[in-house]
Write a protein that binds this ligand. Structure first.
Ligand SMILES: Cc1ncc(COP(=O)(O)O)c(C=O)c1O
Length: 406
């Protein structure tokens, strides 16, 4: 069985979540909007799931809108707040390191006349709360800052940002908590946000289901028209099975966190210790304020995509960054926003652990990564030597760096 160190992309469905889903995929198949007995059973299942998700994040059940996942939650939050606030203003403040489901939604809104202010981040990927407040004008209707970054794991100072946003009446505050929910205690009230996005597949729930927390009294415009489901905020027959699976996975993640966190941190740090001992390997992201499962590195002179490919062949699944952009040749917008030049950012490798990761797997992962780095560096050096022989008099330093980049 290959080693899986890509929990930031997605996690396996845990058995308890699957078991919570099964009744609604079989006997209790009714439509939650039907008035008959089948419908009432489904409705009861949906209501219970909503209560449990709400309770897990310190919200009220009516503040939870079930969606199809993180991307939809982010789209609904950002577009919903933008269109609802258009009469008051057109300015939206965000950061340069958001997930594309926020970043590309901002680009889309720009086409409709919204002014998007994308704030810079520091070397660790953090935005300064003072910068957020300074960017707010009387025309600002929304601020959107993610809780933790999906590529480097950096945690943003959300409560401090919220305190500053609150000084400006009528400005909504959204946070994308999709990557953070499994590893941070989330309490919507103490974070003091109006909108908060979740996706079940990041915490061992099913794929294709998520939730948007909408603080009571917050006005957003539905992005999907049809029936009255989800209090008119998201039309469409509800997926009760997925909602039940999400509720179970989230509850378990919350209550197991105190026992899961210390060993997870120890494993992450053991892997970091092993890899940072290799010449030319550096860690990215905040050294302390970072998700406990997250380890992102830069390997000097090598290409992260070819490292990840070689590791996949060797039996280790990891990634270069966001799963949504892997496969494209783009350099990470997160790392470039953090100030890394493109040629350095190309060497990115993201290793994200999970609850089920074992010490044996980490030991083996450390060995495999070191071996693959060695092999690729040796191949690069050989290629450089060959090109020096083939082209005598050619600048040796230039030939070496060109060869190792591929
Ligand atoms: C921070 C963050 N936001 C949003 C998303 C999108 O979630 P989904 O894949 O459920 O649409 C992801 C998924 O990778 C993510 O990591």
């Amino acid at each position: 069985m290959p080693i899986y160190l890509d929990h930031a992309a997605t996690t396996p469905l845990r058995r308890e979540a699957l078991e919570a889903m099964l009744p609604y995929l079989t006997d209790h198949f009714g439509n939650a909007s039907s008035p008959h007995g089948f419908g009432r059973v489904a409705r009861a299942g949906l209501d219970e799931a909503r209560e449990r998700v709400a309770c897990a994040i310190g919200a009220q059940p009516r503040e939870i809108v079930f969606t199809s996942g993180g991307s939809e939650s982010n789209n609904l939050a950002v577009k919903g707040a933008a269109w609802a606030g258009k009469a008051r203003g057109h300015r939206i403040v965000t950061t340069a390191v958001e997930h594309h489901s926020v970043g590309h939604t901002m680009r889309y809104l720009e086409k409709f006349g919204f002014e998007i202010v994308e704030l810079p981040v520091d070397r660790y990927g953090r935005v300064d709360p003072k910068d957020v407040e300074a960017a707010i004008t009387p025309k600002t209707i929304l601020v959107s800052v993610m809780l933790a970054n999906n590529e480097v794991g950096t945690i943003q100072p959300i409560a401090q940002i919220a305190a500053r946003v609150r000084r400006h009446k009528g400005v909504l505050f959204h946070t994308d908590a999709v990557g953070a929910a499994a590893y941070l205690a989330i309490d919507a009230a103490s974070l003091d946000v109006d909108l908060l996005s979740l996706a079940a597949h990041k915490f061992e729930g099913p794929k294709g289901v998520g939730a948007l927390y909408v603080r009571h009294g917050t006005n957003i415009l539905a992005q999907q028209q049809g029936g009255a489901q989800e209090r008119y905020r998201r039309a469409g027959t509800e997926d009760v099975a997925s909602a039940a699976g999400m509720a179970t996975a989230l509850e378990l993640a919350v209550c197991e966190r105190p026992e899961v966190e210390p060993p997870l941190l120890a494993l992450r740090d053991a892997l970091a210790g092993r890899l940072l001992g290799i010449e030319g390997v550096h860690e990215t992201g905040h050294p302390v304020d970072r998700l406990t499962n997250s380890l992102s590195i830069l390997v000097a002179g090598l290409d992260g995509a070819s490292l990840a490919m070689a590791l996949d062949l060797a039996g280790l699944a990891c990634s270069t960054g966001s799963a949504c952009v892997s496969g494209s040749t783009d350099v990470s917008h997160v790392l470039t926003a953090m100030g890394y030049p493109e040629d350095e950012a190309k060497g990115a490798l993201r290793l994200s652990l999970g609850r089920t990761t074992t010490a044996l797997e980490i030991e083996e992962a450390g060995r495999l990564i070191a071996q693959v780095i060695d092999t690729q560096r040796e191949a690069g050096a050989k290629l450089a030597a060959t090109s020096r022989v083939a082209a005598p008099g050619h600048d040796a330093g230039h030939a070496a760096s060109g060869a190792s980049a591929g």
